[in-house]
Ligand binder design. Structure first.
Ligand code: 6R9
Length: 663
């Protein structure tokens, strides 16, 4: 067949199992999950008390639990375990290499140093009254203190809720309020692309919103350029509830006993977009998540001692949680943390870092690959990238062109490209190739990870597809058929929503929200979201959130938001707005509307296109038909489908003309 099949024969990286052995092991993990996971949990984690039962509960009731009765601590497993197991070696091993916004701003921390600082932060948190089970909101730049703050929370059993520092004051307030979080940890500023982002000012603003002023008792502030002088004047105006974090931490005892957590105790929450305007606070628990993070990092990236693992995602997203912080450290590996952007100071930044630090695994999103590909082959060719073994991609489907560039130009046709499909909800990879084991096909996340029972459902009947289409493929709903340890356990404060979104649409299955095509070899190609979520540069954005940000502006009477294909971002946000009587379309107004989205959610959600329209395509019952808008912005106007149910079918032509003029 095509080159895809030739590529499928390449096994560039060493591995100790064959595809058949993977298949056999995968089969066992599905048929007898308890034996598989029990063995894995004992081998991969240190337990203060062994678990009594491997798994329990069901999708139907949403009461899945793993390793009941077991006691452990994640920071202990990530830090103390590494040092304790091999006192002479590990304690001097580098746990974390950090590169700041400026390429010469580098810090390297050993496991011993990280453990001591994590303990000091943990003691500082205890001092501030934080206790097991409390939710701590973290709104920080990508500095080592962020990873250490997360680990310090897990050390004392506090539940972190990391909010991506690109979110606005409004979005931060919403998350603080939803979690009723009394302690907020931030920094004075963050640095990105040579600019400073005034995080503390944004925090101050957020505390004036919703009920945050009365909820938040303490704001703990790291200083991005702390000099070590506790007597110095802080670089921001302090209010009564502000505490300078650096001097507070510096005076704490560098040991803090780890809290013995139950395997099912809450570990962290992370908000993500769904189909409604309200973000969901997905809750992950201790034992299952830790095991899954550790195993997927080791196996999907073929991690070996001495590797330098670089995931360039932000800790504000799940990829940063699992593959910057928890996965690599639980493996005793060296993790690389990056504060800047792929194009600062120039488009060679990633490759320069690979060369200078000898990065062995590099993990990014297709949007970054497409962006860098645009600059041509020169930048990657200028650097010595021979340290690379595995190149990972995540966040959205990767188009074969970008895949090939990543594989051939960046990887010199000598690295495995792992296409890792997963979600905030799944905790870690659920469908991915394994280096040296699974053949690669560009654009395919290939086969399920151990313990993951992947199913393709007919969207109408909800039954597994048994008949292939004319191409020999099975195209339908991407669903998972049995529990795995890394799955989220609930939506904070709203278990009904958890059941409604994930388990009730297709009874007996976990519903991912994605559509997929499975080919004749059983390989999966994710097509995209089937709900009202769009994927902009690998970030999940609920159309309803953007719509409510737009209608928050008095000029907007109604808004409908859809995704439009975009060369670099994957999808761009396209908003259709109906103005309130008395307002007119002007460049200033469009600017204000974009501004409204920035303030309500964050700059990364700014619409690329705003189409002002006299009305929207509605059904007679008043439902906006987004399907039609989607077709219009995708230029698929010859397949609009049935428009006869529209209250005013003539609007379709008006919109086609208008969009044509604007694009
Ligand atoms: C990890 C992460 C989840 C959504 C998911 C899907 C898309 C993620 C993908 C992918 C195709 C891949 N997605 N990885 N699509 N191929 N390898 O991104 O989590 O932010 O929750 O987004 O991202 O649509 O449902 P999250």
């Amino acid at each position: 067949m095509s080159t895809d099949h030739q590529l499928a024969k390449i096994f560039p990286s060493k591995s100790n199992i064959t595809l058949d052995q993977y298949k056999e092991l995968h089969k066992q993990s599905i048929e007898d999950p308890d034996t598989f996971w029990s063995k894995a949990a004992k081998e991969y984690l240190d337990w203060f008390r062994p678990f009594d039962k491997v798994s329990d509960g069901s999708f139907e009731h949403g009461d899945v639990r793993w390793f009941q009765g077991g006691k452990l601590n994640v920071s202990y497993n990530a830090l103390d375990r590494q040092i304790g197991k091999n006192p002479n070696k590990r304690s001097n091993d580098i746990a974390l290499v950090w590169e700041g916004d400026e390429p010469d701003d580098i810090r390297k921390l050993t496991y011993e140093e990280v453990l001591r600082k994590v303990c000091q932060i943990a003691n500082a948190l205890l001092r501030m009254g934080v206790r097991k089970g409390d939710i701590v909101t973290v709104y920080m730049p990508m500095i080592p203190e962020l990873a250490m703050t997360m680990l310090a929370c897990t050390r004392i059993g506090a539940v972190h809720s990391v909010v991506f520092a690109g979110f606005s004051a409004e979005a931060l307030a919403q998350r603080i309020s939803a979690a009723q979080s009394q302690v907020l940890i931030t920094a004075d500023v963050g640095c990105r692309g040579g600019k400073q982002i005034p995080l503390k000012d944004i925090v101050n603003d957020s505390l004036t919103k919703m009920d945050c002023d009365s909820i938040v008792k303490h704001v703990l502030v790291w200083e991005r350029f702390y000099t070590g002088d506790a007597e110095s004047t802080p670089p921001y105006e302090m209010s009564a509830r502000d505490v300078r974090m650096d001097p507070l931490v510096a005076v704490q005892r560098p040991y803090c006993p780890p809290e013995h957590m139950d395997a099912e105790d809450n570990l962290f929450i992370l908000y993500t977009s769904g189909s409604t305007g309200k973000p969901k606070g997905l809750l992950h628990t201790t034992g299952g998540y830790a095991l899954y993070a550790k195993m997927t990092t080791q196996i999907s990236f073929d991690l070996h001692p001495g590797d330098l693992f670089a995931c360039v995602a932000d800790c504000g997203w799940i990829t940063g949680h699992t593959y910057v912080v928890y996965g690599p450290l639980l493996n005793g590996s060296t993790t690389f943390m990056f504060e800047s952007t792929p194009v600062y100071p120039d488009e060679g930044r990633y490759w320069d870092m690979v060369q200078r630090h000898k990065i062995t695994q590099f993990y990014t999103a297709p949007t970054a690959i497409r962006l860098l590909m645009r600059y041509g082959d020169e930048a990657p060719k200028k650097y010595d990238l021979s340290s690379l073994k595995v190149l990972g991609t995540v966040g959205e489907p990767i188009n074969p062109e970008a895949w090939r560039w990543y594989y051939e130009v960046v990887g010199n046709s000598n690295c495995t490209v792992v296409d890792t499909y997963w979600q905030t909800e799944t905790g870690g990879h659920v469908i991915t190739n394994l280096p040296g084991v699974t053949p690669m096909k560009p654009g395919s996340c290939t086969l399920p990870f151990y313990g993951v029972n992947a199913a393709v459902l007919d969207p109408q009947s909800g039954k597994e597809l048994t008949e292939p289409d004319e191409h020999g493929h099975y195209e339908g709903v991407m669903a998972l058929k049995q529990p795995w340890p890394g799955m989220a356990r609930t939506c904070l404060g709203d278990h009904e929503r958890y059941l409604n979104v994930y388990f009730r649409p297709y009874p007996g299955y976990y519903f991912t929200g994605d559509t997929v095509s499975r080919d004749e070899d059983g390989f999966h190609f994710i097509i995209g979201r089937m709900d009202d979520v769009i994927n902009v540069s690998g970030h999940r954005i609920g159309t309803a959130e953007v719509e409510s940000a737009l209608v928050a502006h008095p000029a907007v009477a109604q808004a409908a938001v859809v995704g439009q294909p975009h060369d670099i971002k994957g999808q761009a946000i396209c908003a259709f707005v109906m103005l309130t009587v008395g307002y007119e379309e002007t460049p200033e107004l469009l600017k204000e509307l974009r501004g409204s989205v920035r303030t309500e959610i964050g700059a990364f959600c700014t619409p690329d296109l705003i189409v002002v329209t006299p009305s929207l395509p509605m059904t007679r019952s008043g439902k906006i038909m987004r399907r039609i808008l989607r077709k219009i912005v995708c230029g698929e106007t010859d397949s609009l489908g049935d428009t006869s149910t529209l209250a005013d079918p003539s609007i379709v032509d008006v919109l086609i003309t208008k969009v044509g003029e604007l694009t």
